[in-house]
Design a binder for this molecule. Sequence first.
Ligand SMILES: *Cc1c(COP(=O)(O)O)cnc(C)c1O
Ligand code: SF4
Length: 440
Amino acid sequence: MNFTELETIRTAHRPRLQIYTKRNLDDIPQLGSLSREQRRDIRVVSEVLPFRVNRYVLDELISWEDAPNDPIFKLVFPSREMLDAVEFSALSSLIDANADAQAISELVRKIQSKLNPHPGGQTTLNLPRVGNEELWGLQHKYRETLLFFPSQGQTCHTYCSFCFRWAQFIDDVQLRMMARENAKLLTYLESHREITDLLITGGDPMVMKTVALEKHLKPILEPRFDHVQNIRIGTKSLSFWPYRFVTDPDADDLLRLFSTLVNRGKHVAVMAHFDHPRELSPPVVEHAIRRIRDTGAVIRTQAPLLRGVNDSSDIWADMWRQQVLLGMSPYYMLVERDTGAHRYFELPLEIALDVYRGAMRQLSGLARTARGPVMSTGPGKVEIQGVAEVGGQKVFLLRFIQARNVDWTFQPFFAEYDPTAVWFEQLKPAFGEAKFPFEK
Ligand SMILES: *Cc1c(COP(=O)(O)O)cnc(C)c1O
Ligand code: SF4
């Protein structure tokens, strides 16, 4: 498709965002194709895990003939297997019996609290301080990168049911990490000259209006923030709402903001989350990518490996190949975290490695920029490099690609080979050691 054709799409229709949550679930036209029981299961599980979907995802991304096994359906719709079977039946009996709201919500809270809402100690361990004050809404874990969670960006266009931010999306204000005041961000940034990267995250910061984003970002252009060279924006909107960059009323303002930042010497990186090659196929996505790249911003891509959604080398190879063709750089293949509906999507680490290597074998170096499989854990980001035989013992070869303590960075270490392990905490040090080197 050439650029003129793309511009025709842009001006031909300006779609409005139409959102469905558990409150208007029954209005989703396509759900009529599911059985009654499947619809009830969705309703029950959406009491526990956040659910939100928009019309674009329903109409353009889900292949309804294949639901409920369609990968994008699995990504956004709650499923009964996401909950423990006993808890699921307890909750569905309450709901079927029209129990009072109080009783339902007590059980819901109880189930939620067992789903590890804050993996990796993220609410307590990485909070930066100015003086004695803890700065909610910021996270400073790795020396050169500050994470910022603007309060207006703590939601997403559509929720992924494996999301480790899931606890932020259920309406429990206490759980939210929010930055109420931009002033604190700026004070902190100014006094931390080691920070080169500001990573704006959420939820999805691209649900924010451009004016709000601008309020946070324009001050970074002042000379006192010269050390902040890279501005990254983590977003799922290129796949779930590409119109954000094309036809939304403030889409042009957003792109002008990117251009301004780039022209004033900042590196702007859109960290785009794509889970499946199908998310790249609607023409509007290509158009959005073109418009972003025209500002001088770059797009890097990342996604978790999810059973039933993208658990094959061919899917990743296809996705990464297309991304390179569209001018994006593959960045991370992540291992899904130990939170929320993780049991539904998890895969053994060894399988994750096979999927990664199987995809890499099919691609040229341009797509081999994706690192993986990577686990984001308490001590750091751990890359699974391989399974090896050392001194007659089968081991996992691992290394930190980011570490809370910079001395560990790129230090290889070994764990006992375990074909069933799905997450870091299940791994044991190899060679009969009591501790991993970084625990000493
Ligand atoms: C992944 C991550 C980053 C960014 O790490 P890079 O290796 O620079 O991409 C920063 N902070 C936290 C808490 C992270 O999990
Ligand atoms: S888009 Fe990202 S932040 Fe939003 S629900 Fe999905 S994984 Fe979570």
